[in-house]
Ligand binder design. Structure first.
Ligand code: SF4
Length: 378
């Protein structure tokens, strides 16, 4: 019999190797202008029985891999057989279990957009069942909306933490109220702070996600400064940044088409990131784990690494215009991963050829071409 279980569409980059268990379907809010992930999909709660059934199916897949390991002479070690399954997985669920086991089988992520919306005792029961079924899992994380986390009682969050919930990933996006309102985030800066403080006080680890470029050309300064202000009050364990990218399924696409939202360029976004970092005073780890970010090397522990992080921005900003363009284009087509690679002649020449071809010999690249490159690459 084919074993399979349900998977949602996304997980955070840091959960790429986690076992994915779909606790709810889609997003109960689903209105944010910059988000396309669940558009057109109805939010649904799932019953505890249904979720447990999926966990049991994952266990059956795990057991099958273990059995194959014994039969093929790997002495019950999972990695080798998981690797074989990965080379030709029969379905997405098998692929997920194999990838998870290949990476050590230590973490799980509860999908979709806001698991905290489940009844607290039901979510705690799911987490406990997951831990009982897979005692080797030592990290269980999930997405949550600030709106929901702000309404949770501290005792409820503590119950989830005691059940085994290790971390929540919250999309802060911005701390600037007019921007949150314009983007229809459905949350105020004050609610973000309340939610974040609740999670931190409960002892559950917290990642807050910020979208660089979300303020566009109009609100970038306020976006940077107010986001830092809100983060300073929350002091999350992790601040994770990613850069605004657009596709046609986002409501923001139409706002851009009709001129209501004007996108910031890579250089402007870097200046925005500088303001954000300059204003951050909290003790948090700043992570740039998204391909959309121009300078992914801007990472570190705040406040100690702030000078180093700002120095990366200085370094880029001090480049002559042709070198900036070379890096931006090279970065957006996947030639460069970090600024140091700009001195690699082969990469540099490759980026030059791209610029020459894209500009039809003029070497002038417009902003729209850069956006198209970025969105085509990710
Ligand atoms: S709350 Fe999250 S998942 Fe839902 S629409 Fe907004 S960004 Fe998308």
């Amino acid at each position: 019999m084919m074993h399979s279980f349900e998977l949602g569409p996304i997980r955070p980059p840091s959960e790429a190797y986690s076992l994915l268990i779909r606790a709810t379907r889609n997003c109960p809010w689903n209105r944010c202008k910059f988000c396309h992930t669940y558009k057109g999909q109805q939010f649904q709660l799932r019953s505890v029985a249904e979720i447990k059934q999926d966990i049991q199916t994952a266990k059956a897949l795990h057991d099958r891999i273990k059995e194959l390991s014994w039969k093929s002479g790997y002495g019950g070690r999972l990695k080798e057989v998981a690797g074989m399954v990965l080379s030709n997985p029969p379905d997405d669920a098998s692929r997920n279990v194999a990838l998870w086991l290949y990476a050590g089988g230590e973490s799980a992520f509860l999908q979709d957009a806001n698991s905290l919306i489940m009844k607290n005792d039901e979510l705690a029961e799911v987490i406990r069942f997951l831990k009982e079924t897979f005692p080797g899992i030592n990290r269980i994380t999930s997405y949550a909306r600030s709106k929901t986390a702000a309404r949770k009682k501290l005792a409820e969050l503590k119950e989830l933490g005691e059940a085994g919930l290790s971390r929540l990933h919250i999309g802060l996006e911005s701390g600037y109220d007019p921007l949150l309102q314009y983007m229809d985030k459905g949350v105020t800066a004050a609610e973000h702070i309340k939610a974040g403080r609740n999670v931190v006080e409960s002892g559950i680890s917290l990642s807050e996600y910020v979208i660089l470029g979300l303020g566009g050309k109009k609100m970038w300064r306020e976006h940077a400064i107010e986001t830092a202000r809100v983060l300073n009050q929350i002091a999350p364990d992790f601040i994770r940044v990613r850069t605004l990218s657009i596709n046609q399924r986002m409501p923001l696409f139409n706002e851009i088409e009709n001129g209501n939202f004007i996108r910031a360029t890579d250089e402007e976004i870097l200046e925005e990131e500088r303001r954000l970092i300059e204003h951050l005073e909290c003790h948090s780890t700043y992570v740039s784990d998204h391909i959309t970010n121009l300078l992914q090397e801007i990472e570190g522990k705040l406040p100690a690494d702030k000078p180093k992080m700002l120095a990366s921005i200085d370094r880029f900003q001090a480049l002559p215009p042709e070198e900036k363009a070379n890096f931006i284009v090279g970065r957006r087509v996947g030639i460069y991963t970090e600024l140091d690679e700009l001195s690699d002649l082969r990469r540099h020449q490759l980026a030059e050829r791209f610029i020459n071809r894209l500009s039809q010999g003029t070497n002038e690249i417009d902003d729209q071409t850069i956006y198209t490159l970025m969105e085509g690459y990710i």
